[in-house]
Ligand binder design. Structure first.
Ligand code: PBG
Length: 327
């Protein structure tokens, strides 16, 4: 048989050959584990729609962070579940808010061993469940929210966050946060911007995890991106970088692989992608029914996010995938 018969199959025949010619590879260093810490509980509370994930006490959070570090995972992103909510989300910037207490403890116990990322938003802390403060008409007020984000950023930085991760999709949020950090002496704290965050139906289990219900059956379409748009994501990303973002993020990941690829091609800063709660829950639920192989699908999904161009992946599979990758 003439050239190029069997050329492609030759390079697929042996595992060692496949490793040699692999175009992308998923590594433990790419993974970020999302963790939840809840106020006023004395034992971890499992999250029903996120099997294997719990709301932690500060003590169990520290133990989990140490376990992740021992698996080689280099970063975690922290979400808080406060007991009290109010219209302006006071708990988000309170020196003794649950995330700030947890960050101080994590820094005391882990130092700089892991990158501590604080999700920066108000929705877990507002009684109406929106990501910002509301104006007289009940709409999210962009600029009043920016003031609150600056206060939250400073509180998180003071408590020990290495990176703050604004996820509220307000216009100008990165610039406002950068200015607040710089003028309070926290110029060493970076910003992981949720730049292209879509108004997705895949956040359902997460909202259970943080006890968030949007008042009046509302949604976030007034500030999160329309899933039909890709160019708009590039606009968001470019603005965030111009405003001072150190890393940019696309979220969700699997339904937006084209966006990840487009962002990767357009910019040179590190690109993160969030394999969100609904993406995790679908795999777990199908695997529980015996319909798919949980571990194989998790690796395939995360590998696809990597192949699309993400340098950093936030995923609820972080620990179990690290165990597999670490051998
Ligand atoms: C907002 C926030 C959300 C998620 C991360 N940060 C939810 C939302 O925008 O409604 C979702 C994460 C996930 O689904 O895993 N603070």
């Amino acid at each position: 048989m003439g050239f190029p018969a069997r050329r492609l199959r030759r390079s697929r025949r042996l595992p060692a050959m496949r490793r040699l010619v692999a175009e992308s590879s998923l590594g433990i260093d790419d993974l970020v584990a999302p963790l939840f810490v809840r106020e006023s509980i004395d034992a971890p509370v499992p999250i029903a729609s996120l099997p294997g994930v719990s709301q932690h006490t500060v003590a169990s959070l520290v133990l989990e962070a140490k376990r992740l570090a021992s698996l080689g995972i280099g970063a975690l992103v922290l979400f808080g579940v406060p007991t009290c909510k109010d219209p302006v989300g006071s708990g988000a910037s309170d020196r003794d808010g649950v995330v700030q207490i947890a960050l101080r403890q994590l820094r005391d116990d882990l130092g700089d061993e892991m990158v501590l990322i604080a999700d920066l938003c108000l929705d877990e802390y507002t009684d109406h469940g929106h990501c910002g403060v509301l104006n007289d008409r009940g709409e999210v007020d962009n600029d009043a929210t920016l003031v609150r984000y600056g206060e939250v950023a400073v509180a998180q930085a003071e408590a020990g966050a290495h990176l703050v991760a604004p996820s509220g999709m307000m216009d100008g949020q990165v610039a406002a946060i950068r200015a607040a950090l710089d003028t309070s002496g926290h110029d060493d704290v970076g910003i992981l911007a949720y730049s292209a965050k879509y108004a997705s139906a895949l956040y359902g289990p997460f909202r259970d995890a943080v006890d968030v219900t949007i008042a009046g059956g509302g949604d976030r379409k007034g500030y999160q991106q329309d899933p039909r748009n890709r160019r708009e994501a590039l606009e968001e990303v470019r603005l965030d970088i111009a405003e001072g973002a150190d890393l940019v993020m696309v979220k969700p990941a699997l339904a937006y692989l084209d966006v990840i690829a487009a962002v990767r091609a357009a910019v040179d800063v590190p690109v993160a992608a969030y394999n969100v709660s609904g993406e995790y829950a679908m795999v777990v639920a199908a695997a529980e029914r015996g319909w798919i192989d949980r571990q194989a699908v998790a690796l395939e999904h995360l590998g696809a996010i990597k192949r699309a161009g993400a340098d950093v992946i936030l995923t609820y599979f972080a620990a179990e995938v690290a165990e597999v990758l670490g051998g």
